[in-house]
Design a protein around this ligand. Structure first.
Ligand SMILES: *Cc1c(COP(=O)(O)O)cnc(C)c1O
Length: 387
C-alpha cells in the first residue's frame, strides 16, 4: 500500500536522537532551543516555541490571545477538527465561514461576512499546503481589529509573495506528526513575531511557570511562581533533536513533493473531463502536504466511496480531507450546526480525494497511482459497464 503520506526518517536522524539520548537531557534541554532557533530562521520570524503537538500549539495561541467565553473565532470547515477544537478548549465559539470552490481555502469575503461584535480572531488554514490570501485576510483583520492566526500545519515551507508561512500571521501553528512535512514523532510549534505571545506560550506549555528548570538551576534557586493556568505541553530534547535533523532535509522533502505534484498535474491535463486538481494561485509556492483532486460530479455522483474502496484494494492509499468540521456530532450538539452552513465545503466533501504524496515515493509509485486512478475512474464513469 502506498500511503497518502508518511515520515521519511534516515540513519542521520536516528543518530541525532541517539546523541540526544546520550547527552543527559531528555526533556526540555538545549535541543529544544536549538530546534526553535532553526525553525524561526527557516520561516523567517523572530520566535518559535515548540510544544507537544500542533493541537497544543493552537490551544496555546488561543490562550495567548486571552480568548474565552463570549468570544468568537472565524474558522473554515475544511480542516482537521483541531483548528476549531482549540476555540472550544478556551470556552470561545468557532464560527464557520465557507471556503473558495477551487482552492478550498477560507474565502476572505465569507470570513468578513461572519464578523460580529464578538469576533476576536480569524484562523486561516493553508489547506493542503496552499497559502491563504494573507493580504486580504490581513486587511480584513486590521479593519475590524481582529487577530490573524494561521493554522499552518499543512504548509511548512509554503510561500506567499516571497514570504514563508509562519511569518505571515500574528501567530502560526505547525505540527510535526509523521504525516506532515517534517516529524518529531508527535510535536508542534508556534511561530510569531510577537515577543509577548512567545513569552506567554513558553509559560503555557509548562503549567504557566515563567522560568524553566534549567534557568532556575543556573540561578541556584528553587523558587518559581505560577502566573496563570497552563498545561504540560512540553516537547522533549529527543524529539527536538529529530526535528533539527529533519529540518536540514526539509528543502529536499519540499522539492520532492513539488515534483510529484507536477507529475500528477501533467498526467491529469488530458483527463479534465473526469477530474480537476485544486487550483494554484499566482504568487504562491505550494508545500503539497496534500494533493487533492475533485471528481467531476456529472460523471461520478454518488460513486466516490466505491472509487475510494477500489483504489485502496489496488494498493493506492487515497484519503478524504475532510468532513466539514461542523458536521461532526460534537459540533452539531454544541453549536446546533446544520447541513447547508457552508455549501461549498459540503459540495467539495462529496467529490474530493487526496492522492498519495510524500518524499519517499518513487517515480514508479506516482506512475502506479496515476494508472490505477485512471483505470478505476474509467470503470466508475456514468454509463460504464462495471463487470
Ligand atoms: C495535523 C493538524 C493539526 C494538529 O496537529 P497534531 O500535531 O496532530 O496535534 C491541526 N490542524 C491541521 C490542519 C492539521 O493538519
Amino acid at each position: 500500500m502506498i500511503p497518502y503520506s508518511r515520515q521519511t526518517v534516515d540513519e542521520e536522524d536516528i543518530e541525532a536522537v541517539v546523541a540526544a539520548l546520550r547527552s543527559g537531557w531528555l526533556t526540555t534541554g538545549p535541543a529544544v532551543a536549538e530546534f526553535e532557533e532553526h525553525l524561526a530562521g527557516f520561516v523567517g520570524t523572530e520566535h518559535a516555541v515548540a510544544l507537544s503537538s500542533g493541537t497544543a500549539a493552537l490551544h496555546a495561541i488561543m490562550s495567548a490571545l486571552g480568548l474565552g467565553p463570549g468570544d468568537e473565532v472565524i474558522v473554515p470547515p475544511m480542516t482537521f477538527a483541531a483548528t476549531a477544537n482549540c476555540v472550544l478548549y478556551v470556552g470561545a465559539t468557532p464560527v464557520f465561514a465557507d471556503v473558495e470552490r477551487d482552492t478550498l481555502l477560507l474565502d476572505p469575503r465569507e470570513a468578513e461576512r461572519k464578523i460580529s461584535p464578538r469576533t476576536r480572531a480569524i484562523i486561516a488554514v493553508d489547506y493542503g499546503g496552499h497559502p491563504c490570501d494573507y493580504r486580504r485576510l490581513r486587511s480584513i483583520a486590521d479593519r475590524h481589529g481582529l487577530a490573524l492566526i494561521a493554522d499552518g500545519c499543512h504548509a511548512l515551507g509554503a510561500e506567499y509573495n516571497g514570504a514563508r508561512v509562519g511569518s505571515l500571521a500574528d501567530a502560526t501553528a505547525f505540527s510535526f506528526h509523521p504525516v506532515k512535512h517534517i516529524t518529531t514523532g508527535e510535536g508542534g510549534a508556534v511561530t510569531t513575531g510577537l515577543e509577548k505571545v512567545a513569552g506567554h506560550i513558553r509559560s503555557f506549555r509548562n503549567h504557566g511557570i515563567g522560568t524553566d528548570f534549567r534557568a532556575r538551576q543556573e540561578r541556584k534557586t528553587w523558587h518559581y511562581e505560577i502566573d496563570f493556568l497552563g498545561f504540560n505541553y512540553r516537547i522533549s530534547d529527543l524529539q527536538c533533536a529529530l526535528g533539527t535533523s529533519q529540518l536540514t532535509k526539509l528543502p529536499r522533502f519540499l522539492a520532492r513533493r513539488r515534483e510529484i505534484a507536477e507529475h500528477y498535474s501533467r498526467s491529469f491535463l488530458e483527463h479534465r473531463d473526469c477530474l480537476v486538481p485544486l487550483a494554484l494561485r499566482d504568487g504562491v509556492r505550494h508545500a503539497y502536504h496534500l494533493y487533492v483532486i475533485r471528481l467531476r460530479e456529472e460523471e461520478f455522483a454518488g460513486r466516490r466511496s466505491s472509487i475510494f474502496k477500489e483504489l485502496q484494494e489496488r494498493g493506492v492509499g487515497v484519503n478524504v480531507h475532510y468532513l466539514p468540521v461542523y458536521l461532526h456530532p460534537l459540533y452539531r450538539e454544541r453549536l446546533g450546526a446544520e447541513r447547508g452552513l457552508c455549501p461549498r465545503g459540503e459540495a467539495a466533501y462529496e467529490e474530493i480525494l487526496s492522492l498519495p504524496i510524500h518524499p519517499a515515493m518513487t517515480a514508479a509509485d506516482t506512475d502506479f497511482v496515476v494508472k490505477m486512478l485512471l483505470e478505476v475512474l474509467e470503470r466508475n464513469r456514468r454509463g460504464a459497464s462495471r463487470g
